[in-house]
Design a protein around this ligand. Structure first.
Ligand code: ZN
Ligand code: ZN
Length: 278
């Protein structure tokens, strides 16, 4: 029998998205890490517009097929998690861990493969990082991610409920670690477990050795395990962005959308992870 995801799980992601956005936006307004002048609303508007476009296109193209593939895996008992009778709580924990490991790998591939980097660099070209930066991903990257995830669901045997819960956790943690806030001394112990604002700020640095580090999405330990972890002094501010996309023309909605078409710089093509050094 095919199990349907309960209604609360379907509504969890949009509800958590709006609630987390409201809480973090308020926190950033009252006590920002970096004080910004004008343009906060325009910056947010562009990032949210990109996100709305992604949401609509993904809903039309991948929503039904993702549910269908998860049900197929369940009915046919395909995938790693369907081998043996794993108890539900353990199965759930494993599903979250495996999905998160896949996201670490996928993020790393986005830095290592020039074709994928063309789209992913839009996320990194953001000159000011805040909660809305968490939604700033190019549609091409999102489509590629959704397509590959179908294979991951089949391979791992992920159930729809597990996927919905993982996605809800990701949206909350991603907004949290992009927020223009400081956790002060709490950041250090917390980042042993999850990706914190300080941990992810390093990933948005324009210094390439830092850009090519800290790929984890939910749990931070993947970077420690695979040697891609990078930190620096707590107080040193991070200069966000990419040198190639600093001009104002890249800050418009149109500029953001056409970023994948811009040719790669020589060093982006010559070195894996778009240039190990700088
Ligand atoms: Zn990245
Ligand atoms: Zn980011």
């Amino acid at each position: 029998m095919v199990s349907e995801a309960p209604a609360w799980a379907v509504y969890a992601k949009p509800s958590v998205t709006l609630l987390t956005l409201a809480v973090l936006w308020t926190w950033e307004s009252i006590h920002p890490l970096v004080t910004r002048g004008d343009g906060r609303l325009v910056h947010a508007g562009r990032n949210v517009a990109v996100s709305l476009l992604n949401t609509v296109v993904l809903a039309v193209t991948f929503s039904a097929v993702t549910v269908g593939v998860a049900q197929l895996a369940e009915v046919r008992q395909w995938g790693l998690l369907n081998w043996g009778n794993v108890a539900t709580p353990l199965r759930f924990g494993l599903a979250i861990l495996l999905l998160d490991f896949w996201m670490y790998l996928w993020h790393r591939l986005n830095h290592g493969i020039p074709l994928l980097w063309r789209s992913h660099r839009m996320h990194h070209a953001d000159l000011a990082m805040d909660v809305t930066s968490a939604t700033r991903f190019h549609l091409l990257e999102q489509l590629a991610s959704a397509a590959l995830r179908l294979g991951v669901i089949l391979l791992l045997g992920i159930a729809m409920l597990e996927l919905l819960i993982y996605e809800t956790l990701v949206v909350a943690i991603t907004m949290f670690h992009h927020a223009n806030i400081s956790l002060g001394p709490l950041d250090r112990p917390l980042r042993w477990l999850i990706v914190t604002p300080r941990f992810h700020q390093i990933h948005h640095s324009r210094i390439r050795v830092e850009t090519n580090s800290n790929y984890s999405v939910l749990f931070s330990w993947w970077d420690r395990i695979f040697g891609t972890h990078q930190m620096r002094g707590e107080d040193k501010p991070v200069d966000y962005g990419l040198d190639q996309f600093d001009q104002p023309q890249w800050r418009t909605l149109w500029g953001m959308l056409r970023m994948p078409l811009e040719k790669l710089e020589r060093e982006e093509m010559e070195h894996g992870e778009h240039g190990k050094t700088r």
